[in-house]
Design a protein. Structure first.
Length: 338
């Protein structure tokens, strides 16, 4: 309950991350309501998703160019929405620990756009899609979310996903049994697995073993390894189904990587420009400071010498030149040469 209350509290706050989550949820609810209405009145509502989804066919895309943005906010099922938003929430929180809200929105939108373009281009250049490109569509925030995850993994690759592993060890049997029953129930209800690798549904026993293995880990995993595994699974899953989705995921991942590399490169350039500028300003300031100090010393020295000369001349007027000491005569002689 504490976790649910914390998530609820976070979602009530303002910010780009929360707004992105709200938009995805609201659009899903609206489509679901229209779907129920369509079912009750025996009206086909599938065209609503098609109107928002991004088509692979170029001619269809020209008729609805907004779909390159709208598709990344549309989800077909609750589980599709749930897992994308969970990744978005936790990935977005990590992202904002290092970068700002504007950068998060940039990675989400442009990562989704690049993912959509990779989906469309892939379907139009690879012969394997020649028979399906005319009606294939893309929906979901997966490309945008993966762009965010890859971005944070590129920015801070050694960041560890800290979990209470001591507690997990004590409850690894609970994790194993939970994974087993979730997979079994989903298989029974839908005929497909909740968890899969390379497009192949995992057997409930395998899910249980994975859950048990999580409880045996000694250290928290680094985020770069987690994301690397996800990218590898996406790549090898291209031949196993949902090919367009995997192409979009890889496109989003590439953008997340390139974005951070460019950001770090710009930061380095700005750092050295700033250092050069500060060095130039500091050198000039030090020169000016040294010059001002010398002038002041010169004026003080002149005032002191003038006072000494006045004293010597006054002594001559009273006691004559012969009364001067050798030092006073030298001072007077040096002064007469200037």
């Amino acid at each position: 309950m504490d976790i649910l209350n914390e998530v609820k509290k976070e979602l009530t706050k303002r910010g780009i991350l929360n707004q992105l989550i709200y938009i995805n949820i609201i659009i899903f609810i609206m489509i679901s309501i229209l779907d129920v209405i369509g079912f009750l009145f025996q009206s086909d509502t599938i065209h609503i998703i098609e109107w928002l989804a991004m088509p692979a066919d170029y001619n269809s895309f020209i008729t609805k160019p907004w779909s390159i943005i709208s598709y990344m906010f549309v989800h077909q099922s609750f589980l599709h929405l749930l897992f994308n938003l969970l990744w978005l929430y936790f990935g977005g929180k990590l992202f904002l620990a290092y970068m700002n809200q504007k950068q998060l929105l940039t990675v989400y939108i442009i990562g989704g756009v690049i993912g959509g373009l990779c989906f469309s281009i892939g379907y139009n250049i690879f012969p394997v899609f020649s028979t399906t490109a005319t009606y294939a569509i893309a929906i979901g925030a997966s490309a945008s979310v993966l762009a965010i995850m890859v971005a944070i993994a590129t920015y801070s690759p050694n960041y560890r996903i800290y979990l209470n592993f001591n507690r997990i060890k004590k409850t690894r049997w609970i994790i194993a049994i939970t994974a087993f029953f979730l997979q079994a129930i989903f298989l029974a209800l839908n005929g497909v697995g909740l968890f899969s690798i390379a497009g192949e549904t995992l057997h409930p026993i395998i899910c249980g073993l994975i859950g048990f293995y999580i409880g045996t880990l000694e250290r928290s995993p680094k985020i770069k390894y987690i994301i690397l595994i996800l990218i590898i699974l996406d790549f090898i899953s291209i031949t196993k189904g949902n090919t367009g989705g995997h192409l979009a995921h890889l496109g989003g991942a590439c953008f997340g990587y390139v974005y951070i590399k460019q950001l770090k490169s710009s930061e380095k350039i700005n750092y050295w420009l700033k250092r050069t500028k500060n060095l130039f300003i500091n050198n000039n300031a030090q020169k000016l400071k040294r010059h001002t100090k010398t002038d002041q010393e010169f004026r003080n020295q002149q005032a002191k010498r003038s006072k000494e000369i006045d004293t010597i001349l006054e002594k001559i007027s009273k006691s004559g030149y012969d009364s001067l000491t050798k030092k006073e005569k030298n001072i007077l002689f040096e002064s007469s040469k200037k």
